[in-house]
Design a protein around this ligand. Sequence first.
Ligand code: ARG
Length: 593
Amino acid sequence: MKKFLDIISEEMKKAFEAAGYDPELGKVTLSNRPDLCEFQCNGAMAGAKQYHKAPIMIANEVADKLQDSTVFSEVTAAPPGFLNLKVRENFITAYMNEMEQSDKFGLVMPDKPQKIIIDYGGPNVAKPLHVGHLRSAIIGESIKRICRYAGHDVIGDIHLGDWGLQMGLIITELKQRQPELVYFDDNYTGEYPAEAPFTISELEEIYPTASAKSKEDEAYKAAAMEATYKLQNGARGYRALWDHIIAVSVSDLKKNYANLNVEFDLWKGESDVHDIIPGMVEKMKRDGFAYESEGAWVVDVKEETDTKEIPPCMILKSDGASLYNTTDLATIQDRMETYAPDKLIYLTDKRQDLYFEQVFRCARKTGLVKDETELVHIGFGTMNGKDGKPFKTREGGVMRLENLIREINEEMSRKIHENAETKGYQIDTKEAEETARIVGLAAIKYGDLSNQASKDYIFDMDRFTSFEGDTGPYILYTIVRIKSILAKYAEQGGKLTDIVIGEAANASEKALMLELSQFHAMMEGAFEEIAPHKICAYIYDLANAFNKFYHETKILTETDDGKKAGWIALLKLTKEVLETCIELLGFSAPERM
Ligand code: ARG
């Protein structure tokens, strides 16, 4: 379907042309003065100079041509030359019914879908997930869903941190605790046990312990570096231990991400490109891009137009070890060879902005990607506490993700019981808990996604869990309200299929339709600008428009059956649009709350 604004602009363009003016002047926009009109066109003012005519005269002539328009019910020329517009009820109604009947509400699909890889999540194996990983997962998942809905071919890759010093640290600590384990016996040639010598909770305790020790004890750190080197260079026992670490950690991560409604298509990690690094580095040297600098190997990435200093991209350290950089470059090479993507999108904290600038430039310069391959880094801001500092536990420690989720769920559960009490219905603990989980996730995700990603935001438990205002629970509450009306209508014997939306009977009903008609433009914007917050802003407006209509209209007690069925059809469309949008944000609505 064509976008609503485009259709009405076309009508306006024809009128400009018919009045003898450049049709391009007929661009219609949303109204700045909703009290006066629904849409407006400022073309008469823009054309005044070109045609040496007072804008109001042009506006009057154009308005004249629209007297019998099938699109506009009202076209008023207002000084100094605005065209104030209202659309016909039957016109917007037809658009609504077409939306209802079309796949994806009539969103236009691309002629040629792009292949897009999204690199998000990025947890580090064996380290517990904390709130810092939350944003990457939440925003990345939403972007993945938006790109897919827009008709593209999308792959989400978790890009595990599974190859660095943390692995050597864990191995070193294990060796100290259980030196008798067969993994540490260099002469062992048999099969290694299938069972891991630790559980996930032990693993999560081992890493911080080892990390703390290495900061105080030089010899310990050296041992960890040595262990990392041995692991990366194929020591059998270390590889077998590493396999256990990965398996235990990944199964725990899968559980955690599933709780967040986050799903990855690929569970690749830094280790997967280990073997292609030497060849890649060799080629960069051979092609003359990489040169030696103080023992290390680097590629210059600064450009003439830079206004700030962009340091060279280091690809090998002086001890020959590879870096975070090197694995990212090799991963780009691997992704290009395996999937030939048109676009790569990375999600990390914005403190990695410069880092990705270097990596992307290096990848382009050394020919790892094609000229037309888009490389995008979305650097997000920090989630802060109410004190404006990075979010911490009450004791001041790093907040673990599961604790944060638990806190939200407890608060949600309290609110749900409270609401059931005021509404006078029974809710058992089990249902309340399940609902709290669904609504709690919406509270967290909406609280995050409603901000532009690059901005820091304050994690405000009271605000995020409120059933009122610009919050996830408010959106869900609206959906639940519609579901309940539809259910009651069905109980009264009403049919929910084959019903058509009727012409708006009042201003709030029309306002709801106009809001729905903006869906396509909003979705295009969310995809093109990679901006989930646009969906949040839209559904907040849509929920408000619906609630206004709901409060002004007695739907279920309406005696005119045709009218009632028309409203029910409009509610159904509103619900479907809201549900589609929250699905793209990565959460869902309960049956009641
Ligand atoms: N593991 C990294 C970290 O915790 C994030 C990985 C982001 N992705 C990437 N391709 N570098 O900082």
